[in-house]
Design a protein around this ligand. Structure first.
Ligand SMILES: NC(=O)CC[C@H](N)C(=O)O
Length: 254
């Protein structure tokens, strides 16, 4: 991964030139930004690039740190990391408003993973605010695009991180290995869907009694917006990224 991180700067420059060329020569070319303020953005860049290289999609990927870079994107991935830190950095850099406009724009597709899901939500609450009454309120400023209420750190601390093998074949399609390793790190859950007419529940974990599909909601779709509690960019499996590119970025994302 460090190889990817170290190559980001040079590749930002490359993207500026090739974006301009591609948009000029091919109206169907798309630019996917990965918000690169904090967190696991390099891994998303790497996975998206791998899918593009494998299938020859007419898509460019670029790390996004400014409103001007965001403006050039057709789609955006908001990575996992720390939603409070991302809120603060985005506000300090004058990017928060531009991000809110972008994710609410019906022409743009968006994917939030973990902290990214928290940022996309209409409402975000802490897991147990009563447990730390002295602490100031969390400084997450959700972008209010995805009509769900999320609960942060719903499974506990970092040490309670886990991998759940999930069957996502209903939307990723059948494959030789149905199980997808969903990595949960201080993950949020979707506490409830605010607008069930618009938001489709894609996946629920097993319930406490082990019954499949009766536990917390961990993946949702609202048309052009995808939200996942877990980190597909750490799964060593690019099927989720491939689906996002095909269905949300290049498809009509209805
Ligand atoms: N892995 C993650 O993205 C963790 C999210 C983090 N707990 C938050 O609240 O932002």
């Amino acid at each position: 991964m460090s190889r990817v991180k170290s190559s980001i700067a040079s590749y930002e420059t490359k993207c500026v030139t090739s974006d301009a060329n591609n948009i000029a020569h091919n109206g169907k070319s798309r630019t996917v930004g990965v918000l690169a303020l904090q967190g696991a953005f390099a891994e998303h860049v790497e996975y998206l690039e791998a899918c593009i290289a494998q299938h020859g999609y007419p898509v460019h990927v670029m790390p996004v740190r400014t409103a001007a870079q965001l403006e050039r994107c057709d789609a955006l991935v908001i990575p996992g990391g720390e939603s409070t830190a991302m809120t603060q950095i985005a506000s300090r850099m004058g990017l928060h408003e531009a991000l809110a406009r972008f994710v609410q724009d019906p022409r743009r597709s968006v994917w939030g993973t973990c902290a990214g899901l928290i940022l996309l939500a209409r409402e975000a609450a802490d897991a147990a605010p009563a447990a730390a009454p002295q602490r100031p309120a969390a400084l997450v400023e959700p972008l209010k695009a995805l009509e769900v209420a999320v609960r942060r750190n719903a499974f506990g601390r970092q040490a309670q991180s886990f991998v759940a093998t999930c069957d996502f074949s209903a939307f990723l399609g059948p494959s030789e290995t149905q199980g997808f390793p969903a990595v949960f790190i201080r993950a949020p859950v979707i506490d409830h869907v605010i607008d069930p007419e618009r938001v489709e529940v894609l996946h629920r974990l097993a319930g406490a009694d082990g019954a499949p599909g009766t536990g917390p909601i961990v993946a949702v779709r609202q048309g052009r917006i995808l939200g996942t509690s877990f980190h597909p960019e750490l799964a060593d499996d690019t099927r989720f990224h491939d689906w996002f590119l095909r269905d949300f970025v290049l498809g009509d994302h209805k």
